[in-house]
Write a protein that binds this ligand. Structure first.
Ligand code: FES
Length: 74
């Protein structure tokens, strides 16, 4: 893992709950690939905004990985 991947993994996906991209990538690598299942596994979407901010980010992350599956690195 290079420095850029480490920095990228520290980007927040769910700001309310303080859940970073890396945590989502770990679950995706383990086979969890739906928005609902990722939210359940990470606790995202249960913060003050109730997922209004993070749900689109999770969807974007899954779409990006669909296009570039090799980018699933932790
Ligand atoms: S950003 Fe995830 S619940 Fe608000």
């Amino acid at each position: 893992m290079d420095e850029q991947q480490i920095i990228d993994g520290l980007k927040p996906i769910c700001q309310c709950q303080g859940i970073k991209k890396r945590r989502f990538l770990e679950h995706i690598a383990a086979g969890i690939t739906s928005v609902a299942a990722l939210k359940a596994a990470t606790g995202a979407g249960q913060g003050a905004c109730q997922g209004k901010r993070c749900t689109p980010r999770i969807t974007e992350l899954l779409s990006a990985l669909d296009s570039h599956p090799a980018s699933i690195s932790q």
